[in-house]
Design a protein around this ligand. Structure first.
Ligand SMILES: N[C@@H](CCC[C@H](N)C(=O)O)C(=O)O
Length: 262
């Protein structure tokens, strides 16, 4: 089986061209094995690129634990770069993912992909923190001294509390820096801190705009552990956001056959 390994700000993925439907989409054990960092290729998630009538392609996303999941923003940016690599698209695309239609554009000179995220119309408070869905469910908590935070322990405590245990949630810790934010994320389905989470940093940018009631159109730079991302959006008030774009690098790391030549 031929595979491709991509990363977007250190959030890394196995990508498989499944237009011939050779990969069994129900084989979650194989997905988990491929994502295993010691016994497989190693990744935070796996994506299948499939044919879909009316779209350039369909993105099917699995977390590293093997389970199909909700939208992955960095994965979405990487599969767009993969579609370009396969010659399916050129500089822009319209594809289908689990949360609906997405548009994206590529700047190849910088390996930079700008991905449109679904509109957001609702943000909730949980104590002093924020909960919203940007294609995947996110919890956003402001902290001080983010650099020294034990993200694994603090993230796990929230992700497995009585409210979120069953469905799970991704937990983002944020601290304001210069003109933007620094973010570290504990990801559901990886069940660990990852180097970046695209829908997570998007949730942070929107939650901070909502919290400070910043109406209008913004571009918010975010530093993740694995690189820099940018979120553009328009905030209309009352928790309603539109024209949300997640922007950042998406790079091919290597390709190979798993296992051997089969
Ligand atoms: N890394 C992702 C989010 C992937 C999905 C997440 N683990 C979940 O289960 O909600 C991103 O870049 O958005």
């Amino acid at each position: 089986m031929k595979f491709f390994k991509y990363q977007g700000a250190g959030n890394d993925f196995v990508l498989i061209d499944n237009r011939d439907q050779q990969f069994d989409t129900k084989d979650t054990a194989l997905v988990a094995q491929l994502c295993d960092r010691r016994f497989g290729i190693g990744a935070d998630g796996l994506m299948l690129l499939q044919q879909r009538a009316g779209y350039d392609f369909e993105m099917v996303y699995y977390n590293a634990d093997g389970n199909p999941s909700s939208m992955c923003g960095n994965g979405g940016r990487c599969i767009v770069s993969f579609a370009k690599h396969l010659g399916i698209i050129e500089k822009s695309t319209r594809f289908l993912a689990v949360d609906g239609e997405h548009e994206a554009t590529i700047n190849d000179t910088a390996d930079w992909v700008s991905l449109k995220i679904i509109d957001v119309e609702h943000i909730e408070k949980d104590g002093d923190d924020f909960v919203l869905n940007t294609g995947s469910p996110h919890y956003v908590k402001e902290v001080v001294d983010l650099k020294n935070l034990d993200v694994f322990a603090a993230g796990r405590t929230i992700r497995y509390n009585a409210t979120y245990k069953q469905a799970g949630i991704n937990v983002n810790f944020v601290e304001a820096v210069n003109d933007g934010y620094q973010v570290r994320t504990y990801e559901r389905g990886v069940e660990d801190e990852t180097l970046a989470c695209g829908t997570g940093v998007t949730a942070v940018a929107l939650a901070m705009a909502w919290h400070h009631n910043r109406l209008g159109t913004y571009s918010t730079p975010i530093k993740a552990m694995g690189g820099d991302l940018n979120i553009r959006f328009t905030y209309l008030g009352n928790g309603v956001f539109k024209d949300i774009y997640l922007e950042g690098p998406a790079k091919l790391v290597f390709e190979g056959l798993y296992p051997g030549n089969s």
